[in-house]
Write a protein that binds this ligand. Structure first.
Ligand SMILES: Cc1cc2nc3c(=O)[nH]c(=O)nc-3n(C[C@H](O)[C@H](O)[C@H](O)COP(=O)(O)OP(=O)(O)OC[C@H]3O[C@@H](n4cnc5c(N)ncnc54)[C@H](O)[C@@H]3O)c2cc1C
Length: 560
């Protein structure tokens, strides 16, 4: 808190006039801005992601939207006998949602059939909620023996259609396996079940002075098993690194029911292949993760959040370079938002922007450190420097916890705001930083040239916006539509994937492949690598053969 009080004068100094057209020098303008009152913050939503957004209209089935995906006829249809087996195995009434023998369960099953964006919708008739690893093992063994297809499901916040069925796959929902099993407060090693909600794990760690090394807007709903299965990146990868580095071990169940116990709690273990890495980001294609051990860092004592307005993407890059150089070890997030994305948040929330004027770009910078005075000095020097050089023209700094949450809401609220406005075509991509925003501009121009972008109901596309994890060269390109429209998809794909491949980018930075990008894997992985992946899938799940492409979205046996 001390740090923030000392930084208050800097907050005022940040209020530079946008263009000193009055003939004032930059320094004079800076001085003039000091006399202005401090900024008022609007109160925004709490930080965690809440629920499914409303989208008007009846959602189409994925099998209708993507008729090229075919159900593999080798897989059996569910019968009452199958359901009876699962009922006996799982016991509890609430552990089995049965739409096979009862038509009354249709409403209860629907949320498990539909993804967060309501873009993908399956025909699942049976949801199973195992409570133990042994349950998962027995379910999978039975499914393997009886040729029943399955989809593992965590918090169902995935954004590529991987967490819901396409056809009648059984949903294996992990929400009942939600226990924290062990925490070592010397090493910071947490062991928990896969169905533990990310925010619950983080709150537990907060009580011990630690932090979960991953944070994202869906933290109130997503599960740590889902996070590991998607290799989620989130808001602080810049600081804490990828789950490939922080996950120490895991337990998983293979398609035939075999339990793989690699729940190692050691940081170092160079005894052969590091097999757990294969499950991280595998999107459930080679096994269901049931437990995780993860290295958690100490929670920082001092945290600051600043929100800037910038005139160009070149200035954003300069600001990022300066932030890395000057804030170095205390920099914990550097997030990018364009004006288009912020306009959508304003439209949906009705909240007043943190800055008075509009700018083409905004950045959110977070620092986290152990010494408030030290952090304060560093941030103060940084802010004065970027203001003095004219890299940043406007900005504001959170003064307390509520304002920190408020500023974060302008970044974290984008996905949810988009969801409220209709359908969104989402592209989560990695591109070399220099050209990161060019993709948004080129896509916007292309959609516009096709006559699909406009302000009235006549046009399917409302806006083409970009935001993301600037610190990781990770752009979220979002095409906000009034309705999903095949013409829009045709304009976007494969154009976007080709654009990225030409620049050696990745077509999926952190959301995975799912149903959405499965067939486009070749834009980011060469045939040798895809071939090796097929071999790995075959090793872990021989019954899943033959594979026509890789990775199969999320079902062990889905091969479309
Ligand atoms: C508002 C919002 C913000 C988001 N921000 C980010 C972000 O910053 N960074 C980011 O990376 N993602 C982000 N996402 C996407 C999503 O939250 C992540 O992909 C998250 O990791 C998914 O976790 P989940 O538990 O919801 O998994 P689900 O959506 O249920 O599943 C995702 C995939 O993992 C598989 N799976 C789930 N659990 C298991 C398991 N136990 N074992 C094996 N496979 C499993 C599923 O089959 C599916 O293929 C965001 C989503 C929303 C809605």
């Amino acid at each position: 808190m001390a740090a923030r009080q000392q930084l208050a004068p800097v907050l005022r100094r940040l209020r530079l006039p946008r263009a000193p057209a009055t003939g004032l020098s930059r320094q004079a303008a800076l001085q003039q801005s000091l006399s202005r009152p401090a900024r008022c913050f609007s109160q925004s939503r709490p930080r965690c992601f809440q629920g499914t957004p409303a989208v008007a209209g009846k959602d189409k089935f994925t099998s209708e939207t993507y008729p090229d995906i075919k159900r593999d006829a080798r897989f059996a249809q569910l019968t009452g006998d199958h359901v009876a087996y699962f009922r006996e195995l799982l016991g509890s009434e609430s552990a089995v949602i049965d739409g096979v023998t009862s038509s009354e369960a249709a409403d209860d099953i629907e949320p498990f059939n539909t993804d967060w964006m309501r873009k993908y919708r399956g025909h699942c008739q049976l949801v199973l909620k195992p409570a133990t690893t042994d349950d998962v093992s027995k379910i999978l063994k039975y499914c393997n023996d009886n040729m029943l297809a399955v989809v593992p499901q965590g918090g169902n916040t995935g954004l590529v259609g991987g967490s819901v069925p396409v056809f009648d796959e059984i949903v294996i929902n992990m929400s009942r396996m939600n226990q924290i099993l062990d925490f070592d407060d010397v090493s910071g090693t947490l062991v928990a079940e896969a169905g533990c909600i990310l925010e619950v794990a983080d709150q537990f760690l907060a009580s011990k002075g630690y932090i979960f090394p991953l944070d994202l807007g869906a933290k109130g709903s997503c599960q740590i098993g889902g996070n590991v299965s998607t290799n989620a990146g989130g808001l602080r990868l810049l600081r804490y690194g990828s789950l490939h580095g922080t996950v120490l071990g895991l337990e998983a169940v293979l398609a035939d029911g075999t339990v793989v116990d690699d729940l190692c709690k050691l940081r170092k273990n160079n005894t052969g292949y590091d097999l757990k890495q294969l499950f991280i980001g595998a999107e459930g294609t080679i096994g269901i993760i049931t437990k995780i051990s993860i290295q958690c860092p100490q929670r920082s004592q001092a945290q600051n959040v600043a929100f800037f307005g910038l005139e160009s993407f070149d200035q954003v890059q300069l600001a990022f370079r300066e932030a890395k150089g000057q804030l170095s070890e205390i920099l914990s997030a550097f997030e990018l938002m364009d004006e288009g994305s912020q306009a959508l948040v304003r439209q949906v929330t009705g909240n007043q922007s943190p800055l008075e004027d509009k700018y083409p770009f905004y950045c959110l910078i977070e620092t986290s450190g152990s010494n408030a005075d030290h952090d304060s000095e560093k941030l103060q020097a940084f802010l004065e420097d970027v203001m003095g050089k004219g890299i940043v023209v406007d900005g504001t700094l959170a003064q307390d916890e509520t304002q920190i949450k408020g500023l974060w809401a302008w970044r974290e609220g984008i996905t949810e705001a988009l969801g409220h406005l209709g359908g969104t075509y989402k592209y989560d991509v990695s591109i070399p930083l220099k050209e990161l925003y060019q993709l948004v501009e080129d896509t916007r121009a292309r959609v516009d040239a096709a006559g699909l972008l406009g302000d009235t109901e006549d046009y399917p596309v409302r806006a083409v916006v970009g935001y993301g994890h600037m610190g990781d060269a990770n752009l979220h390109l979002n095409i906000s539509t009034r309705r999903f429209d095949k013409r829009v998809e045709k304009v976007l794909e494969p154009f976007i994937y080709e654009w990225i491949a030409e620049r050696q980018g990745s077509i999926s930075a952190e959301h995975g492949l799912g149903v959405m990008k499965k067939k486009y894997i070749g834009y980011s992985r060469n045939p040798t690598m895809v071939g090796l992946m097929k071999n790995i899938k075959t090793t872990f799940d021989p019954v899943g053969l033959p594979l026509s492409s890789l990775p199969p979205t999320n079902s062990y046996w889905r091969t479309g």
